[in-house]
Design a protein. Structure first.
Length: 114
């Protein structure tokens, strides 16, 4: 922008755009969008039991403090087939249980997205 202003001069519109840009950068820095998004998604999880873990994993480090409010996943045993037709074994799986875990499990079993 400064190159443009040196070439063509200042106008009220250019100064207004410059000030709006400065205000926007300050607000975004103060609000911390990743922490806000994480906080709102954790609140939604507490209400519904639904959360998009892969998206939350893409947020910046600023989101960690909000994500610490999530409960630890419960370890459960699930059968695992070692080969087709072969004998299975049990392994520990990490499963996130929320307020509507029965409904979510029923939805997964029926193929519905919960």
């Amino acid at each position: 922008m400064s190159l443009y202003e040196r070439q063509y001069g200042y106008t009220r519109l250019r100064v207004t755009v410059l000030w709006l840009g400065v205000v926007f950068v300050l607000l975004v820095g103060a609000i911390d969008p990743d922490a806000y998004v994480a906080r709102k998604n954790v609140e939604r999880f507490e209400d519904t039991g639904r959360i998009d873990v892969s998206y939350l994993g893409s947020l910046a480090v600023d989101a960690v403090s909000a994500l610490d409010r999530l409960p630890e996943p419960e370890p459960v045993l699930r059968p695992v087939r070692t080969r087709p037709g072969g004998h299975g074994r049990l392994e520990v799986a990490r499963v996130q249980r929320g307020p509507q875990s029965r409904e979510a499990a029923a939805g997964r079993a029926s193929g519905r997205l919960v």
